[in-house]
Design a protein around this ligand. Structure first.
Ligand code: C6P
Length: 412
């Protein structure tokens, strides 16, 4: 199997060819959002110049074309994650909306007093706040699986926290802070044995590793288009058909109904029951083009490439005495996200200094304050890789990193 060629791939991304602060741009903030290849930009342009209309609502050609584009994007997503039918694919705005939909629909309907909801302490706020709200409303109990010193969940922790009272386990496939890939197979198997449903936040995994929802057997799997080369404003909620069917609608409005009477309504079949209001067709078109692009390169190659970049970066970072890398040491347990701190330097300063070297990274609490508190850190700096990143990007980052303490007035 040939490796992917990131230099060739980079040519497809116009934004990456510019200089920032007099330096070539090394874009290492892919955990926050990714850039778009010309193929995605052109697909959106073509849609807007040939096919734009309100889908499912007109008999005229543009409405029909918009409907076809929207539905074919849904089929493309179904195939990408190997869902059984498009009834299991709901388009949302993003991961956040997908998680809120599940909590507000499934949670409101089925969670009862003293039921337990289990999360990992490493969750993004989007996978904590919706559950805090439901737990408070229903007098349910929120429990967390904690991490070991290596940033991983131990098998005993899974068995200690998931019990016969657990109704929901909601966990990220990959942590957006530590890059940890959580042991989903074990968690899902055990949770199902205990009678709980499992929701997987795939915001940081779907763009980078092959996901097969049938093999995984998660009950829900959610992700955002903008972290996988597509535009902002389009996200996905996968749910098993029989579970989605048992859930009430989340938002009420146009296109999610069957019949509306003065004081009651019946609802459209799946997946439209969960898609109230005018849909983001150009987002769906962009997502389809993004999936075409990723699959043309090959998800296996993308994963291998990012692992190689992580290994290359970690090697260099471990050799700098004042750089402290967070998360698993073992490459098999992590993806292409590396959080770190620099002695005597605030992560925001690290990020600002690196920006002057043309290196884009993220710093802060990464919308994971409970994890930061658990790690006893106010914030971290974070690099996150994608298919277009090169060893040259990492060399540029490491070069800047070695200068951070000098900028702040320390000798080295
Ligand atoms: N994390 C980051 O820089 P939205 O904003 O809905 O597309 O994604 C929310 C979200 C949910 N779960 C995980 C694991 C995530 O990483 C994110 C987004 C970005 O880490 C922005 S805070």
């Amino acid at each position: 199997m040939h490796k992917l060629n990131p230099d060739e791939i980079k040519n497809d991304f116009p934004i990456l060819s510019q200089n920032i602060n007099g330096n070539r741009l090394a874009y290492l903030d892919n955990g926050a959002t990714t850039q778009k290849p010309i193929q995605v930009i052109e697909a959106i342009y073509n849609y807007n110049t040939r096919s734009h209309g309100n889908p499912h609502r007109g008999a005229h050609q543009l409405s029909i074309r918009a409907t076809e584009e929207y539905d074919s994007a849904k089929e493309r997503v179904r195939k990408f994650i190997n869902a059984k039918t498009i009834e299991e694919i709901v388009f949302t705005r993003n991961t956040t909306e997908s998680l809120n939909l599940i909590a507000q629909s499934y949670g409101r309907e089925f969670i009862k007093e003293n039921d337990e909801i289990v999360l990992a302490i490493s969750e993004h706020h989007s996978n904590i706040l919706p559950w805090q709200r439901i737990a408070k409303e229903k007098k349910a109990i929120l429990k967390y699986m904690y991490l070991n010193d290596d940033g991983r969940i131990e098998p005993e922790e899974i068995k200690n926290k998931i019990t016969g009272k657990t109704k929901i386990v909601s966990i990220a496939h990959m942590s957006n802070v530590l890059g940890t890939i959580h042991p989903l197979e074990e968690i899902i198997e055990y949770a199902h044995k205990m009678g709980a449903l499992v929701i997987v936040d795939g915001a940081q995994s779907t763009p980078h590793i092959k996901v097969d929802v049938q093999i995984l057997d998660a009950d829900f799997y959610v992700f955002s288009g903008h972290k996988m080369l597509a535009p902002m404003g389009i996200g996905v909620l996968y749910g098993k058909k029989e579970i989605l069917e048992s859930m009430p609608p989340y938002l009420m409005g146009g296109d999610m109904i069957e019949y509306v009477y003065e004081d009651y309504a019946t609802f459209a079949p799946l997946p439209y029951k969960f898609e109230a209001g005018t849909q983001n067709v150009e987002g769906a078109v962009g997502l389809k083009a993004a999936i075409d692009y990723l699959e043309r390169i090959g998800m296996d190659k993308i994963e291998d490439h990012e692992k190689a970049l992580a290994e290359y970066a970690l090697d260099k970072m471990f050799s700098i005495p004042y750089v402290n890398v967070q998360g698993p040491k073992d490459l098999d347990m992590r993806g292409g996200i590396i959080s770190f701190t620099v002695d005597d330097a605030h992560p925001h300063d690290v990020s600002t200094i690196l920006d002057s070297y043309g290196v884009a990274i993220r710093a802060g609490h990464h919308c994971a304050q409970p994890l930061m508190r658990y790690l006893n850190l106010p914030a971290t700096s974070r690099v996150s890789f994608y298919l277009y990143n090169t060893k040259e990007d990492i060399d540029q980052f490491v070069e800047g990193l070695k200068n951070v303490r000098k900028w702040l007035g320390y000798g080295s």
